[in-house]
Design a binder for this molecule. Structure first.
Ligand SMILES: [Zn+2]
Length: 113
């Protein structure tokens, strides 16, 4: 991946990461999970839906090791969509309550993600 030619927009995205003002908060919407939005120069990020999607995805791998990656990904999306905003938030808080944060970064070289 790193050897492929990089899109020039990547440099601009990196520059904006250092320049933008971010606020992280829970964003509620009646119809869809909102991962974030931009208002003027300010960017709001709601990490809960993406994190909970990943949590569900990895739990499915644990429960069903034989399921192919694409099937797990589709099922994770399907299950996330069946949750209410409050349930997504509750799962996000439970994950945060239970997660460990090791000091050293762990290498992950196999393809099972
Ligand atoms: Zn996976």
């Amino acid at each position: 991946m790193a050897d492929a030619p990089r899109h020039p927009m990547l440099v601009r995205v990196m520059a904006e990461l250092g320049a933008a003002r971010f606020t992280e908060e829970w964003i509620e919407d009646k119809h869809i999970f909102v991962n974030g939005y931009t208002e003027g120069k300010h960017i709001w990020i709601n990490p809960a839906p993406a994190v909970v999607h990943t949590v569900i995805h990895e739990i499915l791998h644990k429960l069903k090791p034989a399921w192919p990656e694409a099937y797990v990904e589709g099922m994770a999306t399907r299950l996330l969509r069946q949750l209410t905003d409050r349930e997504v938030w509750a799962m996000y808080l439970e994950y945060h309550r239970r997660v460990r944060r090791p000091k050293r970064r762990r290498r992950h070289d196999d393809d099972d993600d």
